[in-house]
Design a protein around this ligand. Structure first.
Ligand SMILES: [Zn+2]
Ligand SMILES: [Zn+2]
Length: 151
């Protein structure tokens, strides 16, 4: 058994095991890639791991991501007008800000510090435990580009 001090590189394997899933090379590659590149789509991840895992496919990556999401290991996020993104940051009630031009996604911390950030004006009798907010805007790069092209 490894000492606790050397645990960092083994973290993805531990996380997969803790989620009740078997550790496989493709699962490890997907989770490692996602840790380094949050809000990636299945396509993005496939592009990042295909050279290391020639036998894999977008469909396989999507299957792995779905299993991870079902096990609570990753969170899925559907920005309007672009493919589903995945991230390892789960369970903290964070929101997203999306650039309407280049589709860049950034995290926004929970607005009031605890879930749900918002109370609906009429909850129809539901018990509300989470609110997912997508802020739409223009990222810095796109603001600069817009300023140049408008001249
Ligand atoms: Zn942008
Ligand atoms: Zn996020």
């Amino acid at each position: 058994m490894q000492a606790a001090a050397g645990m960092e590189p083994d973290l993805p394997a531990r996380a997969i095991r803790a989620a009740g899933l078997k550790v496989t090379a493709p699962r490890l590659a997907v989770l490692e890639m996602l840790r380094g590149a949050p809000h990636s789509s299945a396509e993005d991840i496939f592009a990042g791991i295909r050279s290391a895992l020639p036998g894999t496919s977008t469909q396989a990556v999507y299957g792995i991501l779905s299993a991870f999401a079902a096990a609570g290991l990753v969170r899925r996020f559907d920005p309007p007008g672009s493919p589903t993104r995945f991230e390892c940051r789960v369970g903290d009630n964070h929101h997203h800000i999306v650039c309407v031009r280049c589709r860049a996604v950034r995290d926004v911390d929970c607005v009031v510090g605890q879930a749900p950030c918002l109370q609906p004006s009429d909850d129809s009798g539901f018990v509300v435990f989470a609110a997912e907010v997508t802020f739409n805007g223009l990222c810095k790069t796109c603001q600069e580009q817009a300023a140049h092209t408008e001249v």
